[in-house]
Design a protein around this ligand. Structure first.
Ligand code: ZN
Length: 87
């Protein structure tokens, strides 16, 4: 099966676009084209149900892992202090 690029026509004002891309979630409504980002999002109904296109930034993995580690260490530290105080 061939992959077909959607037909996309941007208005000369740059404020609107016309396309034939189906919503990737429900396949019954048109997707929403984000003019700022330049990609398609799920239709408005699916978006109201919580569906979103998400870009996972892998470069932030270690930052988030370090933040989680700090939280765990803080909780352990508070727990140990509380145990020492109420012994
Ligand atoms: Zn949809």
């Amino acid at each position: 099966m061939n992959v077909r690029a959607p037909n996309l026509r941007l208005h000369s004002s740059g404020l609107t676009a016309e396309h034939d891309m189906a919503c990737a979630v429900c396949h019954t409504e048109k997707a929403v084209y984000s003019l700022n980002e330049g990609h398609f999002e799920p239709c408005w109904r699916c978006r109201s149900e919580g569906w979103r296109l998400r870009h996972r930034d892998r470069s932030r993995f270690w930052v988030q892992a370090a933040q989680a580690l700090v939280i765990v260490l803080l909780v352990l530290g508070v727990g140990l202090c509380a145990a020492a105080l109420f012994r």
